[in-house]
Write a protein that binds this ligand. Structure first.
Ligand code: BGC
Length: 368
């Protein structure tokens, strides 16, 4: 299918990065909302949790819509932390089984905030912290925001003082790029991601089951009944996890595959065929036949968690004023594999003093 780069050249406003007050936390800490405009894409980011609140891109008729799920106010983000809408996830994306971190000759207890496991960095992970935010230098035509924060030694049980920098860039072509960097003063584990849920027909428009999905992964990590990897790596061939050729996300959701019953839908880590790379490489593509919008994901990471918003319950509304139901968005979380600290055959997530953690992911938007 023909792809048209975004946006129509005459509709591109000059790149800009602006900030506005966006309410306060209960303890009085002010939250800012930053707006990045470049290449015909407008992205809103909160200093609370590094949350991507909205990503507005055109459809094939040049009609703009916000294609990520989110909430309208900071109070609602605090009140409904569970879906992690658009959040910067850390210090460790996804689960560490048994909420215990083996590292060197010690085992560090972590908060068990998801059954027996530690999920997304613990009870108060990076998604619930206020980040220092500032406009960052960017290439001509692009707009960038730098979020930085020092995570103290022992925060949520993790050892090592971790200095983290996350740069969000809207490129001259209208792509959204995430660059993460971190250094530590003691051995620790790091795996950072963004937890945006995509609905290419616009948030609040209904299910994404008809979206076509392709993932360049021949294998996936098998989950235990508590959704942490068992360590087994299985072939996708002949299973509902085979997205090597594009097909509707919902095609096999009701197949009864035991792995899909555990998480009430897709909630698995795909082992990307390309492995770890120095530069972001294409790993997944989602498109909507209805709106013509398409998203291509590129990453340096070896894994991708496909999560079909299985636990998003209709107890609140998005910015459109419509309630979200399970399956109304899908998250493509680039990451090192969940629970790597317990599985030495998974790519290592250990960061030591003197080493530099770097990870980059790009969301490229096009229309078809
Ligand atoms: C996890 C899900 C979890 C969700 C939080 C995903 O990354 O894999 O199991 O429920 O985040 O909303």
């Amino acid at each position: 299918m023909a792809e048209t780069p975004l946006p129509p050249p005459d509709a591109v406003p000059a790149p800009s990065v602006t900030a506005e007050p966006f309410g306060k936390l209960a303890d009085g800490t002010p939250v800012e909302r930053w707006t990045l405009v470049a290449g015909g894409t407008r992205v809103r980011v909160l200093s609370y949790g590094g949350i991507v609140q909205s990503v507005e891109v055109p459809d094939r008729s040049c009609r703009y819509a916000n294609v990520v799920l989110g909430l309208a106010t900071v109070d609602e983000y605090v009140e409904h932390p569970d879906p992690y809408f658009g959040a910067l996830i850390g210090r460790y994306a996804n689960r560490i089984a048994g909420a215990s971190l083996p590292l060197g000759d010690r085992t560090y207890p972590l908060p068990a905030n998801d059954g027996p496991n530690c999920l997304h960095g613990g009870t108060r992970g990076f998604d619930k912290r206020v980040w220092a935010a500032a406009a960052a230098p960017a290439a001509p035509g692009a707009a960038a925001l730098l979020l930085s924060r020092t995570s103290p030694d022992g925060e949520e049980g993790f050892p090592g003082t971790l200095d983290v920098r996350a740069t969000y860039t809207v490129t001259a072509e209208g792509a959204l790029r995430f660059d993460y960097e971190a250094t530590t003063d003691a051995p620790t584990v790091v795996s950072l991601t963004n937890h945006s849920y995509v609905n290419l027909d616009g948030e609040g428009s209904g299910s994404v089951e008809d979206h076509r999905l392709r993932i360049a992964a021949s294998r996936f990590t098998v989950n235990s009944p508590t959704s942490a990897p068992t360590g087994e790596i299985a072939d996708v061939a002949g299973t509902p996890f085979d997205f090597r050729t594009a097909r509707p996300v919902g095609a096999e959701l009701r197949s009864g595959h035991p792995q899909l019953l555990i998480g009430l839908g897709y909630d698995q880590n795909f082992v990307l065929d390309k492995g770890v790379t120095a530069a972001p490489e294409p790993v997944a593509e989602v498109s909507s036949p209805a709106s013509g919008r398409a998203l291509r994901v590129l990453t340096t990471e070896p894994g991708l968690q496909l999560y079909t918003a299985n636990f998003v319950c209709p107890s609140f509304t998005g910015p459109s004023g419509r309630a979200y139901r399970p399956g109304d968005g899908l998250a493509l979380e680039t990451q090192h594999f969940a629970d790597s600290p317990h599985h030495p055959h998974f790519p290592s997530t250990v960061l030591r003093p003197g080493e530099h953690y770097r990870s980059a992911t790009v969301y490229e938007f096009t229309v078809r």
